[in-house]
Design a protein around this ligand. Structure first.
Ligand code: FA5
Length: 350
């Protein structure tokens, strides 16, 4: 039989079944209808079984067509069952054995990354920050140039980049998978006037070998606050308060100089190890401190680039890895567990 013949046959079975269903008006007759049009010996089931003997190129189209017909009949059957139950409630009650145990409804859980991202954003939201998101495919312009990292600058080596295979008229590749959420600093400032106070959660990508602390795709949460008179003390106070909310009120924090081209001065922030209380253990590599983010005062070149006058406005920015924070909070030893879909790991967070 050809594909067209088979399709005609399916359409014919469906039409006949729907016509017969319209005449069914009680539950026993409905069951008979089900057996004759959808049961094991029904024409539709037989036809679906015979699909295997068709030429391979005809199978997908006819299979999809027959499946759609079957779904149509299943829906029509349950609609009709509801109509009959409404018209004859006593008959329907007899047909349901209320003593049978119910089916458990499988419940999903919130992914640990989503959970920690929400927790971090909520901590900043309660300090007056709004939450915004941005594109994962980004222009070189925002990922690097606007952040004071010109083409061929060695600082680009700090971010191993996955480039999009697309060249512009000059033979340059202008698009990439964002290596950090910092490009949103420039995007936000370009489109708003100060005061700015935002956090930006989102996925980032790096051309990196994976290991227990590195994934090639991971999340970051960026923060940016710009206004008149913002100083390093605001940065320290805000991030200290964040650390207390996430890791407990007794936390101590430490800021040390670090280099990021888009901030000046740049710092890294650590908290005292909450496992050993700073005495030194495996989690803090026996230093007593755990680094949790990079931060700094927004570089005047970045402010100028987006049209803000650095003589009037100042600001601070920070960027952290939420998976790493979740690892610290929950004692997770390998970041790759977050994205390997092992339900034994994920269920622990449900
Ligand atoms: C940055 O990406 C800067 N944009 C952060 C920043 C923002 C500094 C604003 C100053 C001002 P860094 O490369 O250190 O910095 O990454 C920040 C955080 O992202 C790290 O502390 C880490 O938690 C996380 N991270 C970086 N690379 C990976 C990776 N391969 N896997 C998992 N997490 C990572």
């Amino acid at each position: 039989m050809s594909e067209i013949d088979s399709m005609t046959q399916v359409a014919d079975i469906q039409a006949r079944a729907l016509l017969a269903l319209a005449a069914v008006d009680d539950l026993p007759a409905l069951d008979e209808w089900r057996v004759s049009f959808m049961g094991r010996r029904s024409a539709l089931t037989q036809l679906m079984r015979s699909l295997g003997s068709l030429p391979a190129e005809d199978r997908p189209a006819l299979g999809a067509f027959a499946n759609t017909a079957r779904r149509t009949l299943e829906e029509a059957l349950s609609d009709r069952r509801r109509e009959i139950a409404r018209a004859q409630p006593e008959a329907a009650a007899d047909a349901i054995d209320v003593t049978l145990p119910g089916w458990p409804t499988p419940r999903g859980g919130i992914h640990p990354t989503t959970r920690i991202v929400r927790e971090i954003c909520a901590a900043f939201a309660s300090m007056g920050f709004s939450v915004v998101e941005g594109p994962e495919i980004e222009w070189d312009h925002y990922n690097f140039e606007m952040l004071n990292i010109p083409r061929h600058h060695p600082a680009r080596d700090m971010w191993d980049t996955l480039w999009i295979d697309f060249e512009d008229a000059d033979g340059e590749r202008p698009m990439l998978l964002r290596t950090h959420t910092s490009p949103m600093q420039a995007r936000i400032m370009e489109s708003t006037r100060p005061p700015v106070r935002v956090v930006v959660p989102g996925k980032c990508y790096r051309y990196e070998a994976t290991d227990p602390r590195h994934e090639w795709h991971f999340y970051q949460i960026e923060g940016l606050a710009v206004d008149r008179g913002i100083a390093m003390t605001d940065l320290k106070g805000t991030l200290y308060e964040f650390a207390r909310r996430m890791f407990g009120v007794d936390r101590k924090v430490r800021f040390r100089c670090d280099y990021f081209p888009f901030v000046e001065p740049g710092v890294d922030m650590s908290i005292d190890c909450f496992l050993c209380q700073g005495d030194g253990c495996r989690v803090c590599s026996h230093t007593g401190w755990i680094e949790i983010m990079g931060a700094g005062m927004v570089h005047p070149n970045v402010l100028e680039g987006v049209g803000y006058d650095p003589n009037i406005y100042t600001g601070f920015a920070f960027g952290m890895g939420p998976e790493r924070i979740s690892m610290l909070k929950h004692g997770i030893e390998d970041i790759r567990l977050f994205y390997s879909n092992d339900l034994r790991f994920l269920r622990q967070f449900s």
